[in-house]
Design a protein around this ligand. Structure first.
Ligand SMILES: [Cu+2]
Length: 610
């Protein structure tokens, strides 16, 4: 699926590459007196490098006018082009086939590189070089394998020295779809790698042609073919002759030695920066947030943890009108309240932007579970996420196996799996539920909801004329993708929501002078302590973490620090008419990606008092 700008570029690039390849193929066979092996060399290299291959063909090999091919291809730089072409055609084909195979097999990147080198070398030596040399110099196939071993080694070393770092850095960079042969990005990296390999191998090929270790382009005018009658005009009739190279041993040792050095640097140096022990299967084509610190020790699990929610897994799209925190209906089963919760990936409007979120019952926040002290409840949880989950009932006294911590009190619920939680509600007050399987990622992507428990005794109820549940969340939306926001480099949030909406889309509480409002602040978010502030005079803090404070312990304040997992029930009285703000006092959290709309953004809502 096309989910990043580079994807559109790659589609255009490959269309162009196929068009260039078609042109080179047709022109080579129709109009150009090259031997077959060389024709195929240009066709393959054009397939891998698109317009660059076409350029090389037209400038160095395409016969400009009938009968001029022999003269046209004679300059050393063109012979160098041809020599590099038939090296790269074989080497790159071997490397690309090996890369696709090792990716599918799930081998680590460093083994990939070694297999690719061997495959590229074998392909180049046994197919392109030897066949080419045989067609040019005659002799047996194995004589030519022996004769071409050293030139092939030098050329392949430089080729891989250019291609290996391109593959290592780009495959193990932010967008790891580059490791998946099923993705266009993989083929884009291969194309860029072949181009880099060609550029690095070219100078050594020019030298090898100059010293007659290799030959580059040729003209083949077989009698009976359409090119034959031009042969008479050509001043140079073919080059089928055996030449002894004039390269000296010290020269060969120096060039060979430098090629080996370049190869080692190209293969090994990237390991200083990227983790070459990972395989395509380990990282699964995930995309990392920009600016995230990834080093040579970053494990695949850490990458998967920080990766963007996969837009391909979205099952529903919700517009601005959709609201979360809807009270969850239940069915009675012999005195047990039975609830249904299911997780899935949805696209949710904040607004202004959408986030690709993990949701309970398709809502952000998840549906409100409204219970009564003494209730027996059963909650069926179905997991529609592409990863494991569990549910933790934050703050509740319940049997240990109902508590939710994955791998501690229960097996995590696998994708497609289910689990049943059942317990008796012994408390009352403001609570929350959230996943306890990798909450670092899954809660940050939207899995949380309010648990509101009414007291059994009316005397325990602290009533107000209006009630407002405030669930906080931090989001990181960048490059069209939603990453789980985390308090770490590259993962800091840039959007903030109250009940799944950022100001000015947050709801407005409407009340009259002298009426009271009970705000239940819930720390459903993961990273920050949000100092939640109400304008228009102080509120009274009446309950903390679901525990009602004794009247003597209640106190007035106008700002309360709401950390992850904390709850504060506060009573606020409308003293004066007007528009009074509820907002976080970290001003960055009242902006939407550093912009303000109608006086703010993010963690901000209005109380309108008449
Ligand atoms: Cu804040």
């Amino acid at each position: 699926m096309l989910i990043q700008p580079v994807d559109y570029f790659l589609v255009a690039w490959f269309i162009l590459a196929f068009a260039c390849t078609a042109y080179v193929a047709i022109d080579q066979y129709r109009n150009n007196p090259e031997p077959v092996v060389m024709k195929w060399g240009f066709i393959l290299v054009t397939l891998y490098t698109g317009p660059i291959g076409l350029l090389l063909y037209v400038l160095a090999d395409k016969e400009p006018r009938p009968g001029e091919h022999e003269e046209f291809i004679r300059p050393l730089w063109k012979q160098g082009v041809g020599s590099t072409i038939h090296c790269v055609a074989g080497d790159a084909t071997g490397i690309i086939l090996a890369a696709a195979t090792t990716a599918v097999l799930g081998l680590p990147m460093w083994i990939d590189l070694i297999v690719e080198y061997l495959a590229g070398f074998a392909f180049g030596l046994f197919i392109f070089q030897s066949l080419f040399m045989q067609s040019m110099m005659g002799g047996t196939y194995w004589e030519n394998v022996r004769r071409t071993f050293l030139p092939e080694l030098i050329s392949m070393n430089f080729m891989m020295a250019g291609m290996a770092p391109v593959m290592s850095f780009l495959m193990m960079s932010r967008d790891m779809r580059a490791m998946e042969p099923s993705q266009l990005l993989f083929w884009g990296v291969m194309s860029l790698g072949v181009t880099a390999g060609y550029a690095l191998a070219y100078p050594s090929n020019v030298w090898m042609v100059a010293t007659q270790l290799k030959h580059g382009l040729m003209t083949e005018r077989r009698p009976g073919t359409r090119f034959a009658h031009h042969a008479a005009h050509a001043s140079h009739k073919g080059r089928r002759h055996h030449v002894q190279s004039d390269a000296t041993r010290p020269q060969l040792a120096a060039v060979g030695g430098v090629s080996i050095l370049a190869l080692l640097i190209g293969m090994v140096a990237p390991a200083n920066w990227v983790n070459l022990s990972l395989s395509a299967r380990d990282v699964g084509g995930v995309i990392m947030p920009a600016g995230m610190i990834m080093d040579r020790n970053t494990p695949a699990e850490a990458m998967r943890d920080m990766a963007a929610a996969d837009p391909n897994k979205i099952t529903a799209v919700h517009g601005l009108a959709a609201r979360g925190d809807q009270e969850l209906p239940f069915q009675m089963d012999g005195g047990v309240k039975v609830f249904e919760l299911s997780t899935s990936v949805v696209r949710w409007t904040i607004p202004g932007i959408t986030v690709d979120a993990y949701a309970y019952n398709g809502q952000i926040p998840g549906p409100r579970i409204h219970l009564r002290e003494g209730d027996r409840v059963r909650i069926h949880v179905r997991n529609g996420l592409p990863e494991e989950t569990t549910v933790h009932w934050h703050g509740l006294i319940l049997p240990n196996q109902m508590d939710g911590p994955a791998d501690i009190t229960q097996e995590p619920i696998p994708p497609g799996g289910a689990y049943v939680y059942e317990f008796t509600v012994e408390q009352h007050g403001t609570y929350l539920y959230h996943p306890h399987a990798n909450p670092d990622r899954t809660q940050a992507l939207g899995l949380y909801g309010a648990l509101i428990i009414d007291p059994a005794r009316a005397a325990d109820d602290i009533r107000a004329d209006h009630e407002y549940v405030v669930q906080l969340q931090e989001w990181l939306k960048r490059d069209g993708l939603t990453y789980p926001a985390m308090p770490m480099d590259g993962a800091h949030p840039n959007y903030f929501t109250i009940n799944g909406k950022a100001y000015p889309a947050t709801e407005t509480v409407r009340m009259k002078v002298d009426q009271t409002l009970k705000i239940r602040f819930i720390g459903t978010h993961n990273a920050f302590i949000h100092p939640m502030h109400v304008h228009g005079g102080p509120f009274q803090i009446v309950a903390v973490d679901g525990q009602t404070l004794q009247p003597s312990a209640r106190y007035l304040a106008d700002t309360v620090n709401v950390g992850p997992g904390q709850r504060f029930d506060v009573l606020w009285t409308a003293r004066r008419p007007g528009k009074w703000l509820v907002h976080c006092h970290i001003p960055h959290h009242t902006s939407n990606n550093n912009t303000e709309t109608r006086g703010g953004g993010g963690l901000m809502a209005l109380i309108e008092v008449e």
